[in-house]
Design a protein. Structure first.
Length: 316
């Protein structure tokens, strides 16, 4: 496993980090035993950064992650969680809600500090409330040692970049914008990284778009994007490969070109954790990549509208 500095945080993150949303049973039921095994396998193989949020499974993911990490050496791993999003279309960036959210997260995660606290999907909340209440509250908590670094997350890259630079946050996590199909995060990440801000690329599979199963019903991608992604998946299958493998290897093999510190991959299964780690150590099939890119070419860089309440999962 390779490690890279996460901006100026002082944290060295592995090239793959553990997206813990699935521990909240948001895609399928996950038992605590399964969560324990997935987390343990990650830790045993160098995956020591876990990303979660109160929104994932309506606090279930945080609870499961906290139980899976309980009793382990706290200095051996990093926890990133979030404030601000508490429902499918419910945002609250008030100072009071921020403090209450962190207090509750600490209890669920069974820890007395959070390595990276992130304002969740900021494009949908009240911007003035974010800037004048949430961020000042987080800075105060940082001075108190309750949180160690402050970040923001979202999908709209112009919003993320402007807020990150203006407010001098420590990290930015963007989802679904550095994948086989959409690479717009690349130049944005380079500018942020050059400014000392740690960049995390979440959901290299495009929230299920780049899988053999294909995009779920709630997916915000337009019909043409989904149509060509499905065609690319069929091409991979015909070549005895899996588009998910190609997509993960693409993200991992090219992220550092743009200063992306790590790729956040969601999973709740130990075997998937090991599969992703294995992909990190393997070469990408360049001939297959070229052919898949030819299929996707008309929609490479095509984003989508993501609106609050769009199935409850159009966000990370």
């Amino acid at each position: 496993m390779k490690y890279h500095p996460l901006g100026r945080t002082g944290i060295d993150v592995p090239e793959i980090t553990f997206g813990a949303a699935s521990l909240g049973s948001i895609y399928f039921d996950v038992s605590q035993d399964e969560a324990n095994e997935a987390v343990a396998v990650g830790l045993e193989n160098g995956v020591n950064y876990f990303d979660v949020a109160p929104y994932y499974g309506m606090t279930t993911a945080e609870t499961a992650l906290g139980a899976a990490l309980e009793g382990r050496d706290r200095s051996a791993f990093h926890i990133a969680t979030k404030i601000g999003r508490y429902g499918d279309a419910e945002w609250d960036f008030s100072a009071d809600a921020t403090r209450r959210s962190i207090e509750a997260s600490l209890k669920r995660l069974k820890t007395d500090y959070i390595d990276v606290i992130q304002c969740h999907d900021i494009e949908y909340g009240d911007r003035q409330q974010l800037i004048h209440e949430a961020l000042p509250a987080l800075r105060q908590l940082k001075e108190e040692g309750v949180v160690r670094n402050i970040g923001i997350t979202g999908y709209l890259l112009d919003v993320l970049e402007s807020v990150a630079k203006e407010q001098q946050v420590d990290t930015v996590m963007a989802y679904c914008t550095y994948t086989l199909q959409d690479r717009r995060l690349g130049p944005v990440a380079k500018r942020l990284s050059d400014a000392g801000i740690g960049v995390l690329n979440a959901s290299p599979l495009g929230m299920g778009l780049l899988t053999e199963r294909g995009a779920p019903d709630w997916h915000p991608g337009n019909e043409r994007v989904i149509e060509l992604a499905n065609a690319a998946a069929r091409l991979c299958k015909a070549r005895c490969s899996d588009i998910s493998e190609l997509a993960i290897k693409f993200a991992l093999s090219t992220a550092r070109d743009f200063g992306i510190a790590t790729t956040v991959i969601g999973t709740a299964r130990a075997e998937n954790v090991m599969r992703n780690i294995r992909y990190a150590g393997e070469n990408i099939d360049l001939d297959l990549l070229k052919d898949v890119e030819a299929v996707l070419e008309p929609v490479i860089g095509a984003g989508w509208d993501v609106l609050p309440g769009s199935g409850g999962k159009a966000g990370k």
